[in-house]
Design a protein around this ligand. Sequence first.
Ligand SMILES: NC(=O)c1ccc[n+]([C@@H]2O[C@H](COP(=O)([O-])OP(=O)(O)OC[C@H]3O[C@@H](n4cnc5c(N)ncnc54)[C@H](OP(=O)(O)O)[C@@H]3O)[C@@H](O)[C@H]2O)c1
Length: 197
Amino acid sequence: MANLDSRVTIHMAASLDGFIARKDGRVDWLETSDEFISGDSLDPSYVEAFLKSIDCYVMGSRTYETALNFETKGLGWSYGDKPTFVLTSRNLPRTRDTVEFYSGDLSQFVNERLRPAFGSIWFVGGGVVSADCLRRGLADEIRYSILPVLIGDGIPFFEKLRRDVTLHLAEVKAYKSGIVELRYEVRGNCGESRNFK
Ligand SMILES: NC(=O)c1ccc[n+]([C@@H]2O[C@H](COP(=O)([O-])OP(=O)(O)OC[C@H]3O[C@@H](n4cnc5c(N)ncnc54)[C@H](OP(=O)(O)O)[C@@H]3O)[C@@H](O)[C@H]2O)c1
């Protein structure tokens, strides 16, 4: 049974031209050095309280592999001690108890496993998983952090969405770092499903 109080959020950071990573998966461009004088600053205590409000994370295997790679380089694990569900059909290394693997139908997983157990469910990428989540009508909101950079080519925020999705713009924030954060509520899928080659 789906828990109507639960909320599924998709959050990623992207270049202004809509890419979440270079074609080869690199995210070196995430470090930018812009300054927007009248932008907001991020208060560390606000960030801490906000992260506490997230109950679990969901990600695709390629995003997990990037997270493992970051950890190996000493850059830490971004998901704290929150349960982190990794979608994969492969046998991947499990470096902490909070990580759980799942393979199978995403709608069943979200509605029968995650929604009854968690209030705030965060999908943190990548493009394949985010598109699947939206295509199936599972997401309630999208948080899109736009970085002040163009990278020309790469992995798109939503990989082959195949249909239009209408949104309601709920919040806009601009930060001193030049990052603009957009929060949209998902109104619904519409239009015919399209096929991409
Ligand atoms: N800029 C950002 O905020 C941001 C955020 C996240 C990721 N990224 C970047 O985006 C890239 C990864 O994105 P991506 O679109 O290529 O891949 P992804 O969405 O992270 O992972 C896709 C893979 O997950 C597995 N999977 C998905 N759904 C599944 C299901 N229902 N059951 C079983 N397995 C399932 C499949 O692989 P297998 O079954 O073969 O394992 C699939 O190929 C990385 O470079 C990462 O660094 C950037």
